[in-house]
Design a protein around this ligand. Structure first.
Ligand code: SF4
Length: 51
């Protein structure tokens, strides 16, 4: 499981299977997200970012 899913204090990140090989990708629920920035710091691949 993606580490940022469990790092989010409000449970705003879920994993979803997308693409032809149904790979797991994290998806953020914008309504729940408090923009605390924890997932940005915790993502080991630098894939989480804020626009
Ligand atoms: S920025 Fe949003 S999605 Fe990321 S850890 Fe904080 S509340 Fe969760």
């Amino acid at each position: 499981m993606c580490v940022i899913v469990s790092a989010c204090p409000v449970g705003a990140i879920k994993q979803r299977k997308i693409g032809p090989i149904l790979a797991d990708y994290p998806e953020i629920d914008e309504d729940k997200c408090t923009e605390c920035g924890i997932c940005i710091k915790e993502c080991p691949h630098g894939a989480a970012y804020k626009e």
